[in-house]
Design a protein around this ligand. Sequence first.
Ligand code: 13P
Ligand code: 13P
Ligand code: MG
Ligand code: MG
Ligand code: MG
Length: 382
Amino acid sequence: MKSTISVLKADIGSLAGHHMVHPDTIAVATKVLSEGKKQGIINDFYPTFVGDDMEFIISHNRGELDQKVHELVWNALKEAANKAKELGLYAAGQDLLSDSFSGNLKGMGPGIAEMEIEERPSEPFVVFMADKTEPGAFNLPLYKMFADPFNTAGLVIDPALHDGFKFEVLDVYEGESIALNTPEESYDLLALIGTPDRYIVRRIYRKQDNMLAAVVTTERLNLIAGKYVGKDDPAMIVRVQHGLPALGETLEAFTVPYLVAGWMRGSHYGPLMPVSQKDARATRFDGPPRLVGLGFNLKNGRLVGPSDLFDDPAFDEVRRNANIIADYMRRHGPFMPHRLEPQVMEYTTLPKVMERLKGRFTKEEGSKKAKASIYTSTESNE
Ligand code: 13P
Ligand code: 13P
Ligand code: MG
Ligand code: MG
Ligand code: MG
């Protein structure tokens, strides 16, 4: 029988700013999901959070984008948002962009990463969840895990990985996708995914047998809502071992606190810091962007685990480096390249400030109007 792992998540409001999920809101959501488990809609679930994002790791046998599973989660998130309102939590209901449920969670605000798989005799997998950044933030580590032999020794050593992987990349602005094979199309792949705001690695398959290995949430709230409603803090599921990257090869990809877009007001580059569950709270400048990794096994549709993978002194030095980088980036204050580029700032409140200055410019003698506004990303605005 096929099993489905679903990671479904949303910011339903948080304690003391965009800081952390309140335990009472998780408690009411857990009640709803427990009821769904009793009714047999889902087999198992693990509720958790990273910063202000509530996350549910769920196992079931109903396939991807299943109406019943999604409706159950929608109800859990709604109840949690009601609790958030009752407690006066900040930005209660933030990511729930629609009032009524219709079919599945797509386009409603919550992030969705799901994989329907044939369970292996041992089915180890990791759920990575980040706060204060966006789905494209996983492009770099996914490339390292599945295509870089300096990260993943198995690409060289293990014949099962040696043929490489297929990356499915989504262009979020055009709404189209492309599949590229590694190692032979690595440079083409990098030409796209080096622009993580636009091109997002959505799924990865093992080339030799098309086995699904990784799935990422790709929902873009700003593009759904047409305005800034927080960052699309991402999550992903990565299967490991037995012809896939080893657990430690997936974790190795996070040993450089590389810069991601997000952090304060979703408007700044900052280092991604891998942390334990207990440190998964946004603090300094609403960050720095944080990552949690939970390791599970799936057995007969049940979740075994988790192990809190970054709760480990082996990552202390990464965190120290992240803090050094955070200090350095912060010293740029409102200047790029700490602050994001103007095309991306279009979805924040900065254009409103620019609007106020509109009548204040005086024309320069003999100067020509440039073609496009710097605040225009996809269309020219002549
Ligand atoms: P084991 O021999 O402990 O299974 O380890 C194999 C492996 O993949 C280590 O990275
Ligand atoms: P979230 O997407 O995590 O709610 O972040 C919003 C924000 O603006 C933080 O400064
Ligand atoms: Mg928030
Ligand atoms: Mg968040
Ligand atoms: Mg968010």
